[in-house]
Design a protein around this ligand. Structure first.
Ligand code: NDP
Length: 243
């Protein structure tokens, strides 16, 4: 069970779960390409890994733009000849009550969390069919199973990620594997972009129980290091209930 020499694209690789995943997979022998918008963060991450002798690269990518996603995939193919795994991890969570009518934030969540995942799938699927192998890992959330006030739109996007992943699994041919990973509260920058005061304050208490981002990275490593005939289709990873 090894990921040595696998070529892995991680979207949203500049912070939190994505950055921890880039680290862990590179340390375990994969060639990892971290993609996101903030290239300063990506550059620091990748150069640290390269100094340690690991194989890593980065691409500037906005997942809401399908052409950019296709371009990124083409560049990786040119450089490495294949993509074994895509981790569609990029996501945003600007929580608020529906009555706050933060329409632009609703649309942002739909664009990044749903369209971004679909763009990742759309860009790699023809290639993986041609390769006759591949693994698509989508990061959903505990919010794909339960809804909380202020999180209606966010949860809707994560329900969608779960539905899309399951639909893909049922349709998949050519030895393509699918995994949906649903984190509970995890240390990252995700809550930093909440503009609604009430929702932001509520998150402070909730986030005290956050587990490290590496816990989710380990779940991803577990899923992608299985033998080709084993598909880990769904994993929930969350904080242990406190006493
Ligand atoms: P972070 O905010 O730390 O990371 C989000 C990542 O997404 C960043 O790397 C950011 O990079 C990237 N991103 C955002 N918008 C875009 C875009 N348009 N194009 C490309 N990349 C983008 O949060 P997390 O690490 O927590 O989030 C990772 C995933 O985990 C998300 O899908 C989130 O919903 C999910 N999740 C997180 C939980 C948590 O408690 N932390 C719980 C459940 C699920 P950049 O800004 O550089 O583009």
């Amino acid at each position: 069970m090894s990921i040595k020499n696998k070529v892995v694209l991680v979207t949203g690789g500049s912070s939190g779960i994505g950055a921890a995943t880039v680290d862990l997979l590179a340390e375990n022998g994969a060639t990892v390409i971290a993609a996101a918008r903030r290239t300063d963060k990506l550059e620091t991450l990748v150069s640290t890994l390269r100094q340690k002798g690991y194989s890593a690269d980065y691409k500037q990518l906005d997942v809401t733009d399908f052409e950019q996603m296709q371009h990124t995939v083409h560049e990786i193919i040119e450089a490495h000849g294949k993509i074994d795994v895509i981790v569609n991890n990029a996501g945003v969570m600007p929580l608020s009550k529906l009555e706050a009518l933060k329409i632009a934030e609703w649309n942002r969540m739909i664009d990044v969390n749903i369209r971004g995942v679909l763009h990742g799938i759309g860009a790699v699927l023809p290639l993986m069919k041609e390769q006759n192998s591949g693994h698509i890992v989508n990061i959903a959330s505990i919010g794909a199973y339960e809804i909380t006030p202020t999180a209606a739109v966010y949860c809707a996007t994560k329900y969608a990620v779960r539905a899309i992943t399951e639909g893909l699994r049922l349709e998949a041919t050519n030895n393509i594997r699918t995994t949906v990973i649903a984190p509970g509260v995890t240390e990252s920058e995700l809550a930093d972009h909440i503009t609604d005061k009430q929702a932001s304050e509520a998150m402070i208490e909730y986030r005290r129980q956050a587990i490290p981002a590496s816990a989710i990275a380990h779940a991803i490593l577990y899923a992608i290091s299985q033998p080709a005939e084993v598909d880990v289709s769904e994993l929930i990873v969350r904080p242990t209930l406190s006493l």
